[in-house]
Design a protein around this ligand. Sequence first.
Ligand SMILES: Nc1nc2c(c(=O)[nH]1)N(C=O)[C@@H](CNc1ccc(C(=O)N[C@@H](CCC(=O)O)C(=O)O)cc1)CN2
Ligand SMILES: Nc1ncnc2c1ncn2[C@@H]1O[C@H](COP(=O)(O)OP(=O)(O)OP(=O)(O)O)[C@@H](O)[C@H]1O
Length: 187
Amino acid sequence: MADRTLRQAALRKRARLSQDQRMSDSAKIARRLMEHLREADTIALYLADENEVDLRPLLPLLWETKRIAVPVCAAKGAMCMSELTEDAPLVKNRYGIEEPATLKLLPASVFDVIVVPIVAFDANGHRLGHGMGYYDRYLVHTTACKIGVAFDCQQVAQIDARPHDVAMDLILTPSAVYDFRNPAGTR
Ligand SMILES: Nc1nc2c(c(=O)[nH]1)N(C=O)[C@@H](CNc1ccc(C(=O)N[C@@H](CCC(=O)O)C(=O)O)cc1)CN2
Ligand SMILES: Nc1ncnc2c1ncn2[C@@H]1O[C@H](COP(=O)(O)OP(=O)(O)OP(=O)(O)O)[C@@H](O)[C@H]1O
């Protein structure tokens, strides 16, 4: 199926989740994610829009011991990561997503883990984002562990791999952990 069709179907399904479901599913994903952040010092998260997996409740805990950054959209398709500190003022970008108002850029090489928002994914670890290539362009510059997060309803049968796709190391959903670092696949 065409990427655009898969993307739109997944976005529609995600938008239909109730607020309660979204919160409890996000909390399940957050619990799974914490297991993979123990060794990490510097982590890229993202600030969820109203429909995405929302990992903000983790921030107070993470700030105690870790350095956190979130994406900032630059020119078309280009993205950088800016440190997010407690009480830092936020502004909305052109997509209505919050970003730190004052930039404290961190280079891609410092991240131990990058948590990647997903629009649609398949059991082989292929993912679709919003189709702008922000993450695909960014992830080529890092050796960080790349952890995609999604609700179960965002899984589709198959996404054809494109040459510029950067594979996820893990995809976490409320009900499953897909570990692509291990060739044996899922559990
Ligand atoms: N929370 C969050 N931050 C992020 C991303 C993300 O997916 N989620 N990004 C990941 O790349 C980058 C921003 N990219 C984005 C690109 C398009 C749209 C968007 O909503 N576009 C259309 C909807 C069309 C569509 O998605 O098909 C819109 O504005 O309505 C949002 C983010 C960087 N920051
Ligand atoms: N590394 C790259 N260098 C140059 N162009 C790229 C790169 N990665 C992706 N692109 C371009 O970006 C556009 C969107 O790519 P794609 O459909 O794979 O985005 P996506 O994976 O859905 O989104 P994202 O990566 O933002 O989550 C395509 O036109 C693609 O050619």
